[in-house]
Design a binder for this molecule. Structure first.
Ligand code: MCA
Ligand code: AMP
Length: 491
């Protein structure tokens, strides 16, 4: 946090944030976050790593809240704005939050929960009376943030990063991608994941640059901002580039020319969170004049590999280690693989997270005995560039850039009255990366729209199966284990 404050002080007159039609300087951000930190502290000296969950719309209030939590010594736990109550409740309870900060529109959704759990609820903008007090000094080894991520367990785990981890994640990108205080980026990504929080917002705000926010992704609005000439950096997941290309192709020729000319002026356009299809990279190059820089990262490590800022950006590859990151490719016994052979990506560096919240066994299992973080992703090194080949687990699905646990969806599906068993898989899909699909075992006729709406009450939209198949039984191997690759073939 210290580096954020120092940079903000240095750039106090610069515009930090543009959102909801208003601009906010770094000076305003410093003053508001200090005041709100005091409000959080409520006369105490230090939040001492209390978890503060916050469900706040993208923009000034979001960053003010995040900085205030950090400056008051709390752990920031951002909530997903589109999650239904059961998912929010899981996060709030698992994190053992003692404070909940919300934008006014989320108050009714979370009020009862906060009361039941005796959590202090703060509704932003509700004429909060604040008086500034002295703020604690926060050492960099303290916990700063918990982000929830799905994995090979059926429920999401809280990834705990310290201030030092976050600073390492930010600094390496600022350096490698040559951020400066003249940059301006547009944020369309959700702010409960590393991509939006670190790569977009924190890198900009650590550089004295400007961050513009849209409340949600919408291709036409994104293109309007592109045309305005107000931004020169953009970062998104492959699905977003796919959707932008589709929209571009629907525009009349004269509109396309204006847009293409505007995009040619960008300094940097980045893709990540999922594999960038070569077709998308090529089409984007034609329409925008920009060769997308593809990089590889994970909630537990921030970014690890990146195509070069200067130098050849290779399609289908994720480049080389970022400054401060050490990478090893290993076999199943965690020995180095031979040259040109695929292996699991293992990572070391200050960027690597501290622990899974309250899950010592999961934390232990995530590292080798000599401290390498096991990503579960398999890659091969080709001519100095890493290429991601897949994942160790079929139970992890990437759709729209979101990591999804097949097991978590199966667990919920099995509680549907007429479903006896099920198996969830990810089907390859150019737009979404993978599309969530479920084979369900039932003797009864299942009305899919009814099942779908039932699922929507329990899971966020991006986790809902988009294809169903009712089967008499699931294919299994000799050990009785469901063979998911056979299920994929059934679709
Ligand atoms: C939404 N829809 C879907 C999916 N998601 N359909 C199939 N598969 C999906 N995954 C449907 C909705 O149900 C809806 O249909 C329709 O699409 C539009 O929904 P909406 O939510 O408005 O979609 P969108 O706004 O177009 O969302 C697409 C999106 C979003 C913008 C690409 O998924 C997104 O923001 N993804 C980014 C996630 C992210 O930041 N990941 C980074 C984590 P209907 O109306 O029928 O319901 S990974 C990370 O941080 C690591 C460190 C890294 O490497 O970056
Ligand atoms: P998450 O857990 O949501 O942080 O997602 C991290 C996962 O996204 C990684 O473990 C990879 O499987 C995947 N990922 C991120 N970037 C890329 C990329 N450029 N290409 C392929 N997969 C990626």
């Amino acid at each position: 946090m210290r580096e954020f404050v120092q940079s903000a002080e240095k750039h106090s007159d610069n515009i930090a944030i543009v959102a909801h039609g208003r601009s906010h300087t770094y000076e305003e951000l410093l003053a508001s976050s200090a005041l709100f930190a005091s409000f959080l502290l409520k006369g105490t000296n230090d939040l001492n790593e209390q978890r503060v969950c916050f469900m706040v719309n993208a923009g000034f209030d979001y960053v003010k809240t995040q900085w205030a939590i950090w400056r008051a010594g709390g752990i920031a736990v951002p909530l997903c704005l589109s999650h239904p109550l059961p998912s929010l409740q899981y996060t709030i309870e698992d994190a053992q939050a003692s404070i909940l900060v919300v934008s006014p529109q989320y108050k009714s959704q979370l009020k009862n929960l906060a009361e039941q759990q005796q959590i202090r609820m703060i509704v932003l903008g509700a004429n909060l009376k604040m008086a500034e007090q002295e703020l604690p000094t926060i050492s960099s080894d303290r916990r700063a943030m918990i982000l929830y991520t799905s994995g090979t367990t059926n429920l999401p785990k809280g990834v705990v990063s310290t201030h030092k981890n976050l600073q390492a994640q930010v600094s390496m990108l600022v350096k490698d991608w040559k951020w400066t205080d003249t940059d301006s980026i547009l944020c369309v990504l959700p702010l409960h994941h590393v991509h939006g929080i670190i790569n977009v917002v924190s890198c900009a705000l650590n550089s004295g640059a400007q961050c513009r926010f849209l409340q949600e992704f919408d291709p036409a609005t994104v293109f309007d901002v592109f045309k305005s000439g107000d931004i020169n950096v953009f970062m998104a997941v492959p699905t977003i580039y796919f959707k932008l290309i589709t929209h571009y192709e629907s525009l009349p020729a004269h509109e396309q020319i204006i847009l293409s000319n505007a995009m040619k002026k960008f300094r940097l356009m980045v893709s990540g969170s999922a594999a960038l299809p070569i077709t998308v990279m090529e089409k984007w190059k034609i329409i925008s004049g920009n060769t997308l820089l593809e990089r590889y990262g994970m909630t537990e490590i921030g970014m690890a590999l990146s195509n070069p800022y200067e130098g050849k950006r290779k399609a289908g590859h994720v480049g080389m280690p970022l400054p401060g990151v050490t990478i090893r490719l290993a076999d199943e016994n965690y020995h180095d693989v031979n040259k040109n052979e695929p292996g699991e990506i293992l990572v070391k560096g200050d960027n690597v997270f501290q622990e899974y919240w309250n899950k010592p066994d999961a934390t232990k299992n995530a590292f080798t005995q000599d401290g390498w973080f096991k990503t579960g992703d398999v890659a091969v090194l080709e001519d100095g560039y890493y290429r991601i080949m897949g994942r160790n687990s079929v139970d992890i699905i990437k759709s729209g850039g979101y990591k999804i646990s097949a097991l978590e969806i199966e667990e919920v599906l099995r509680t549907y009255p007429s479903i006896k068993d099920c198996a969830v898989v990810g089907l390859e899909n150019e737009e979404w990366g993978e599309l969530v699909a479920a084979a369900v075992v039932s003797n009864e006729i299942i009305d899919i729209p009814t099942l779908s709406s039932w699922m929507r009450e329990r899971m966020p939209a991006y986790r809902i199966p988009r294809k169903y198949l009712v089967v008499e039984d699931l294919p299994r191997n000799a050990m009785g284990k469901v063979t998911k690759n056979d299920i994929k073939k059934l679709f």
